[in-house]
Design a protein around this ligand. Sequence first.
Ligand SMILES: [Ca+2]
Length: 356
Amino acid sequence: MKYKHILNLSAGLILFCSCNPKNQSVNINISPDAGTNYKQGEKVEVKLDIPVDYKADSIVYLLDSARIDTKKDGSPLSLATDTYTLGTKLITAKVYSEGKEQEVSTNINILASKTPELMSFQVEKIFPHDTSSFTEGLEYHDGILYESDGGYCKDGQKSSLRKVDIATGKVIQKADNDCDTFAEGITVIDNKVIQLTYHERVGYVYDKNSLKLLSKFNYMQGEEGWGLCNDGKYLYTTTTGTNQIFVMDKDNYRTVREIDVYDDKGPVNNLNELEYIDGMLYANIWEMDDIVVIDPKTGAVVQRIDLSTLYSKEQRQKDGADVLNGIAWDAVGKRLFVTGKDWPKLYQIKIVKPKA
Ligand SMILES: [Ca+2]
C-alpha cells in the first residue's frame, strides 16, 4: 500500500514537471488590485489566480511582515479589518510547491470607517497676540502660555521660546535660539520644554521654570520638524506636509510607532501644530483654516472644525504665510486657545455643532 502511494506520487511529479519544469515559476495573480481602498471594518477577500495545472502544497499569507493564515489551496482568504490601523497594508502570499517558494503581493489602503463630523466654533474670549510671533508651537500650563516663534536672522527674524502672559500678550520670559535655527513645535513635559527645529534636525530641551537650555538632541523623524505635543508618556510629532504622526519616547526621542492619519476618503496631509486633548490629537492643517481631531489609536479623523470665519483671509496681511497655526489647551480650566502666525489675536473658542 505504501509502495503504491509512492508510485502514484512519482507519477504526479512527472506529470507536474512536464507542465512546469523545475526552476520555472508560474504566473500567479493576486487580488484585490494594488491600491484598492477599504473602509475600516469592511471585509477584504484575497484571491489567488493559480494555473489549473499547478499544484500548490501550501500557501502562507502575510499582512505586512506578520503571518496571518496558511491554506492548502487557493481558496479565498477573508480578512476582517475592524482592528486594523489605518493606512497601506501589504498582503503577501507565499506559494509553496515541491519545496519551491513563489511570492506574490498586493497592497490595500484602510480608510476611516466614518466621514468626520463637521464642527463649528464659538468665540468665548479674545486676547492680544504678538504680531511679530511667527507661531510654530503653542501650549498652556499653570496660567502661562508657552509659544515657539520661528524665524532665521538672515530673514530679519529670530527664533525664540517664550512664556507669554495670556491676558496682555506680553512676553514674560524668553530664550532666544541660535540665529541659524528655525524654531518649530514645542511641548511641556516633566518640568521641561522640548522644542523642535525646522531643518536643523536638532531638538532643544529647556528647564520649564528658568528656560535655561538643558540639552540638545538629534532626531530623525521625517525630513523637517513641524508640530509637537505629548500625552504625558509619549511625544507626538508631525513632519513636512505628510499624514504621518511619529510617536516618540519622551526620554530618548526614538520612534515608538507611527500613526497614519486618514479620513474616509484618503490620507489627511499637511498635519502641522498639535495638541493632545482628552485622549485625542488635534492638528492644524497647514494653509487651511481647519483643525482635525484624530483618534491616536487608529489614525482616523473623527471631527473636522472649520475655522475659516475666525480671522478671515481678507483681514490677513502676509500673503498666505500668516496661517492658522497654534492650538493650546488649558486642561484645568477646560479652555481651548487658537491663534496663527503673526496674528494680532489669540482666541478662546468652544467647538460646537454647526447650526442647521
Ligand atoms: Ca499645541
